[in-house]
Write a protein that binds this ligand. Structure first.
Ligand code: F0G
Length: 355
């Protein structure tokens, strides 16, 4: 049967009624790919929930389809969000689909090229502020409180509702929840959503157990780990360059109630994981996504896991979102330019093989 999108598929678990439009770009239904080499190396059973294969290339489509459908149901004409890039891409696409206006606020010079391109081509009004994501979110909250504009950041509860469906899919794909769910943490909406999804699916008799939730911030923006907001967050993983997560409590509760933890990974660990999964597993995810893998590698070194345990790593966004980082992060990343002759190409192959 043809997949009808997330709202139709999970309507029994979502705040959907007869007036809710069945908006869809066929989001969700993403693959769970086994990490063959990493599993062997770490003596674990590791899977990637590859959210980069959503219609705009990130998990944000799950929450956005729900938030925009509800905005349409409520007669809203305009949606608005602050974003490190992926939320704005998803908001712009679903607004286009649902004939709404879309305004996005982004931190100037700190969003990946692909994400900026998406917001522009889908027709959103794109405003870059001289400030970071946290400041952008404050401004959006102020404006949407005063004007008839729907806020579609993950503080909008419909976002969390849509995003929890990824946990349902993981359970259905494995037959039950895994032992661990590893996930990057930025604004902390997604870890909150997954935990809600796992609990609801277990309560509905669809999974016999719950996973331990292990969330990973980037070291330079690890507000939750440090226990205080960070005024000037910094990390190569611009998607999670967030110093004051809006759903802070949700992340803390998920980690505590599941018996997991919130930890951090360095930029070097993120980039190492990022290159490793692309070059060894053939899976290209953006740097922020690789925080989940980097976190598993870090905890593995500390002896945290038992042999053979099942770990699902959420790869939140597609690698093509941030092509500049990909090229920069591999030594000699730019291609070798040679003459257009067989000899020159053979000489180049020999040179590259010698490296
Ligand atoms: N991974 C990616 C690729 C993201 O874009 C984000 C968040 C996260 C992880 C973290 O998820 O915020 O729910 O903890 N991106 C937001 C945005 C902030 O604006 O696109 P979270």
């Amino acid at each position: 049967m043809r997949y009808m999108g997330l709202i139709q598929t999970y309507k029994d678990y979502l705040p959907v009624n007869e007036r809710t439009p069945l908006l869809t770009l066929q989001e969700g239904n993403t693959p769970l790919i086994r990490a063959e080499k990493l599993s062997d190396e770490l003596q674990l059973d590791i899977y990637f929930k590859y959210e980069g294969l959503n219609p705009t290339g990130s998990f944000k489509d799950r929450g956005m389809v729900m938030a925009v459908a509800k905005a349409m149901e409520e007669g809203s004409r305009t949606i608005m969000c602050a974003s490190t890039g992926n939320t704005s891409a998803a908001a712009a696409a679903y607004a286009a689909r649902g004939n709404l206006n879309c305004i996005v606020l982004i931190p100037n010079n700190n969003i990946a090229l692909g994400k900026l391109a998406q917001a522009i081509i889908y027709g959103a009004k794109v405003i870059a502020i001289e400030g970071n994501f946290d400041r952008a979110l404050e401004i959006v909250r102020e404006i949407t409180a005063k004007h008839p504009i729907t806020l579609v950041n993950s503080v909008n509860p419909y976002r969390i509702e849509g995003q929890k469906t990824a946990a349902f899919e993981v359970c259905d794909q494995l037959g039950e929840a895994p032992d661990y769910l590893a996930i990057p943490v930025g604004n902390a909406g997604n870890i909150t959503a997954y935990w809600k999804g796992f609990k609801e699916y277990q309560a509905a008799g669809r999974s016999s157990k719950l996973p331990k939730m292990i969330g990973f911030e980037a070291e330079g923006s690890a507000a939750i780990v440090r226990g205080e907001p960070i005024p000037d967050p910094e990390t190569v993983a611009t998607a999670i360059r967030i110093g004051n997560p809006a759903t802070w409590d949700g992340a803390v509760n998920a980690a505590r109630d599941s018996g997991g933890q919130i930890n951090f990974v360095t930029d070097d660990e993120i980039l190492h994981a990022y290159r490793t999964i692309a070059a060894k597993e053939g899976v290209f995810a953006e740097p922020a996504s690789a925080a989940s893998i980097a976190g598993v590698m870090k905890l593995h070194k500390e002896g945290y896991f038992s042999k053979g345990q099942k770990v699902v790593c959420v790869l939140t966004g597609h690698g093509l979102k941030d092509p500049n980082i990909a090229i920069k992060s591999v030594a000699g990343g730019d291609p070798l330019v040679v003459k257009d002759s067989e000899e020159a190409v053979m000489a180049a192959i020999a040179k590259l093989e010698g490296e």
